[in-house]
Structures are given as C-alpha cells and as structure tokens.
Design a protein. Structure first.
Length: 320
C-alpha cells in the first residue's frame, strides 16, 4: 500500500515479490486538487457577476443577460454537486462489501469506478477546467491498483478460513454476519464525514438483520476466538497508507538533517531530549541523572510560564 512512487512499487513487485496497491487518499487528492478550488472559484465569480448585473439593472435593460448568467451559475452548481457526489461514491465503492451487504468484486468495483470517473470527466469538460498537470489522468492510471486491494483481501479471508476448518454453518455465519458487521463497525469508528457515516450505519443495520441462532449455539471461547479473527482480518483491509505517513515524514526530515544542524536547533533538541523524552517508567534523562537532588517542572508548563510577548509583525513600507 503506497502512493505510486516508482521506488516503492519496485520494492514491492521486484524485490519482495508482492502486489503493490495504490493509496485511495492520493487517488482522490489529485482529483480534489484539480476540481475543488476551480469549481469554488467559478461559483464565486458567477455569483459576483450576477450581483453586479442586478445592481446596474436600474431600467431593466440587463434582464436577458442576468437570466443567462443565472443559468450559467445553475450549471456550475449542478456540476459541483455532481463532483461532490462522485467523490463520496469513490469512498463507498472501495470496501470489501457493497450496499445490501453483498461481497464487492473487482469487476463490479472497476465498473462503478469507471462510471464515477466518467461523471468527473463530464464536470471537467462542462466547466472548462484546464488540467495543466494531468492530475486526472494520473488518478485514472491508478484505478486498477486502487481496486486491487479488494480481491487480495477476499483471498486472505478464504485462506484464513480454510486454515480454521470450520463447520459449514459456522463458516456461513462468520462470512455473512460476523465479519461484515465487524468490518462496518471498525469503518464507522474511523469515519467522520456525515454522509459516509450514514451509509455505514445503514450497512450495520442491514447486517444485524441477518443475525441467527448460530451465535447462541457456539461456545463462549469459540465465539471469542472468531471475533478476534474477524478483527484481525478487518485490520488487514487498508485503503490508505496514512499509518506510515508519519514515518515517511520522519525519514524525509532525517534526509534533510544530513545537511547539518544550526546551533539554535541543537540547543532545542538537547533540551527536549534531556527534559521531555521519557522511558516506560515516566522518568526523563535529567531525573535519572540528578535523582532526588533536583526536581524539574514539566517542560511544556515551564515554557508556557516563561514565554515572552511575541514580537509584532514587521510593518511594510508603503510606496508613495
């Protein structure tokens, strides 16, 4: 799971001999970068143009022009709504289960994604948005790699269930009820966007309707083991690489640090290391060095108490 950096793709496919899956975050980011500000700007410009025309239309000479401008505004608003809906659909498609709790397949996901991308192409053409940096094509080229996570995950589920050697009834209950329910519950915990939360809640309610008496027949220990297995499998479905982006940031900083440290930064890093980094027992290097001889106030609280008034921004020279 990564963005489409060639080095990362080669590391996965050539060295480690594993599939390389595209990150849905970067997939959507390129499209948002192209359309979000462009559509907002067009809406704002059209709205201001209407207000200006209405203010000048004292004698009713601009009625046709105003009507034409309002139609143009309505068209931009329509395509903006289509863009928002399409981006929401992308998030709903890249799940191992689809609406009605059916298993999502690679072919079905590809068809739905292509339909969604066609809608976005319509937005780009209708609103005459220039794709100078080929951002839309960049995302479109990643489509197969984005969808590839779905069959990979279902293959993992099949492999894990085969190793458990469950009875047919238990396996059916696990696949039709426990695993989908666990997946949607975990997805709901991660999701903040209201329409997506509503969609996921619908899937949870639909899944709970299929609850059977099988759960009551299972021993408590076996039921707990299956729940843990469902959590394990759910965690393996990763749509984005955000869990390693922090590490990537640290690595890029290390690369930057090879150019050397200035004196101010060295002093700051020394203070943070001695007075704010802590072991599992909660002690800092300074506490371990001085023991009970000295006590140290928490670093953040000390900074807040001793911070001076922030300097005022410099005044720009006004050209006469």
């Amino acid at each position: 799971m990564s963005d489409r950096a060639k080095a990362l793709i080669n590391l996965a496919t050539q060295r480690n001999k594993v599939p390389s899956v595209a990150d849905i975050f970067h997939f959507k980011y390129n499209i948002n970068k192209l359309l979000c500000l462009a559509l907002s700007s067009k809406l704002r410009s059209s709205r201001l143009a209407i207000k200006e025309l209405e203010s000048k239309n004292i004698e009713g000479k601009c009625i046709k022009i105003i009507k034409s401008q309002k139609e143009a505004y309505a068209a931009i608003q329509f395509h903006t709504d289509l863009y928002v809906e399409s981006m929401s659909n992308i998030s709903q498609i890249i799940h191992p289960y689809t609406q009605g709790n059916r298993i999502q397949t690679q072919q079905s996901a590809m068809f739905e994604m292509n339909t969604t991308l066609s809608n976005l192409e319509q937005v780009i053409e209708a609103c005459q948005i220039k794709d100078t940096y080929q951002l839309f094509r960049k995302s479109k080229n990643q489509l197969a790699d984005v969808v590839a996570v779905i069959p990979l995950w279902h293959d993992l589920v099949t492999e894990q269930l085969n190793s458990l050697q469950l009875e047919q009834q238990t396996r059916e209950w696990f696949c039709r009820f426990l695993l989908p329910l666990t997946y949607w519950e975990q997805a709901l915990r991660k999701t903040k966007y209201a329409p997506q939360r509503s969609f996921i809640k619908q899937q949870i309610d639909f899944t709970k309707a299929f609850s059977s008496q099988m759960a009551e027949q299972l021993a408590k220990q076996e039921k707990e083991a299956l729940k843990n297995k469902a959590l394990f499998l759910t965690a393996k479905f990763q749509r984005a690489s955000s869990q390693v982006e922090g590490r990537n940031g640290v690595l890029s900083q290390i690369n930057h640090n090879q150019k050397g440290f200035d004196e101010t930064r060295l002093k700051v890093m020394t203070v943070i290391h001695n007075f704010d980094t802590r072991r599992m027992d909660g002690t800092t290097p300074a506490q371990r060095l001085f023991g009970n001889k000295m006590t140290f106030e928490p670093l953040f609280e000390y900074i807040i108490k001793n911070i001076n008034e922030l300097p005022r921004p410099r005044k720009r020279k006004i050209k006469l």
